[in-house]
Design a protein around this ligand. Structure first.
Ligand SMILES: *Cc1c(COP(=O)(O)O)cnc(C)c1O
Length: 422
């Protein structure tokens, strides 16, 4: 009974009734999410078995980390799960941006050209590519040039533009998730069409996918439709809320090998790099990842349905096909953004007693508000929300380690918004 929640949380009865209606509405969507999770959990379990994972793999190494059985086998398990020839999974990737950077510098050389074929890449890549000035060691500083093909006004890929731009390019960059932009996210099926367009005119071009927020949201990963390299973060989907830090690069063996040389040094590559005590959380996190990802998507679908019912503009809508965890909610005012983030914060397991306030974050033009009460700092597979204080006053919400607690966070956010007048 939904009303039981009021034993623990201050939630208006009218809101709980609406929430229950939403839960009825989204039942078929949840069935699909469960089906995808079941498939991906089986995929992970089978990969563990195939590689005979045992207690020995869960212990770590120190120093140079030569012959680290757990680390080397995790690469193989991960490659199996991602459907790639090879993978490089390391806690020494400090973030998704770092893994993306290692992959780009790993395969690009002076005189090469990369083309972003799905519009502007994630913000943090601008410095990496060299779009914000020179002299910081960007790809541009090293003689790698950059082109961009924007999505069409309706958010679909510009296949003709892509075919023109990628001829002779060393690498084509695709971003699966919308990130914190207003463009739609790209399904694996759409990524497959982009890959086909690229390979038709330029088979040698490396197709590189920023897979952040996308892992385990669909039955297949972009490798299944011909992508050559996939890159992501372990404090999002692929770490299952358990990996304490890290990232991965998965794809063609020769390319992953080059990334290893960039991560450590030429000649040493992947053979060194101790795992300390991080093998166990990375294995356990991968094991949980499909089910935790499903919880985060359920939280997102519920929030989408509820806020639409409450009269807000949401994207994606609850019944749109999902390929990532991100939900954009247009709340329309500064006060509502503060209210929303306050509710999310109060529904978090950590720092629930704190009230978030907007602040002038370095590197941003507008004040930003963030709600994040996570076990792992900055983890966005955990329930979190943020947005810049400007028109249209939208927040981006993602995560939720368990559906039942994610739902409470969303309900508290809605209750706070209602207090602001709705
Ligand atoms: C999160 C994310 C990244 C990397 O962000 P980090 O904070 O560096 O982990 C890159 N691309 C997309 C689309 C993302 O969502």
């Amino acid at each position: 009974m939904n009303n039981d929640l009021t034993q623990f949380f201050d939630l208006p009865a009218g809101l709980l009734r609406q929430a229950e209606e939403c839960e009825q509405l989204i039942r078929p969507v949840f069935e699909r999410i469960d089906s995808i999770a079941a498939y991906n959990e089986a995929k992970v379990l089978a990969a563990f078995g195939r590689h005979k994972i045992s207690a020995a793999h869960l212990t770590g190494s120190n120093g140079y980390g030569y012959d680290d059985l757990g680390r080397d086998t995790l690469d193989k398990v991960f490659a199996d799960v991602m459907g790639t020839e090879d993978a490089l999974v390391r806690h020494t990737f400090v973030s998704g941006t770092h893994a993306l950077t290692v992959a780009l510098f790993g395969v690009l050389r002076a005189g090469d050209r990369m083309v972003a074929v799905t519009g502007a890449p994630y913000d943090t890549l601008e410095e990496v590519i060299g779009l914000r000035g020179e002299g910081n060691g960007s790809l541009k500083d090293f003689g790698v040039s950059y082109d961009q093909v924007d999505l069409l006004p309706d958010g679909t890929p510009d296949y003709e533009g892509i075919k023109k731009a990628v001829k002779g390019a060393k690498l084509a960059h695709i971003q699966r998730s919308r990130g914190y932009a207003t463009r739609p996210s790209l399904t694996v099926e759409t990524i497959g069409k982009i890959v086909a367009a690229i390979k038709e005119v330029s088979p040698e071009t490396i197709v590189f996918v920023d897979n952040c927020y996308g892992e385990f949201v669909e039955y297949q990963e972009p490798s299944a439709v011909g992508a050559d390299l996939l890159v992501g973060s372990l404090i999002k989907n692929a770490g299952g809320g358990i990996a304490e830090t890290g990232g991965y690069i998965a794809g063609r063996h020769d390319l992953v090998e080059l990334c290893g040389y960039r991560l450590t040094s030429p000649g040493i590559g992947r053979e060194a790099g101790c795992s300390l005590n991080q093998n166990r959380p990375m294995y356990l996190g991968l094991f949980y990842a499909p089910s935790v990802t499903a919880s985060a998507i359920k939280t997102s679908v519920f929030a989408s349905a509820l806020f639409e019912k409450l009269g807000y503009n949401v994207s994606p809508r609850y019944d749109e096909p999902r390929t990532d965890l991100i939900l954009q909610l247009v709340l329309g005012s500064r006060e509502k953004m503060c209210a929303f983030c306050t509710g999310i914060q109060h529904g978090s397991p950590i720092d629930s007693h704190v009230t978030p306030v907007p602040w002038a974050m370095p590197g941003y033009n507008d004040e930003v508000i963030m709600a994040a009460g996570a076990f792992t700092l900055g983890s966005s597979i955990e329930l979190s929300a943020d947005g810049p204080m400007r028109e249209p006053y939208a927040v981006w919400m993602q995560g939720g380690l368990t559906w039942n607690t994610g739902k409470i966070g969303v309900l508290l956010a809605a209750a706070e918004c209602l207090k602001e007048g709705n």
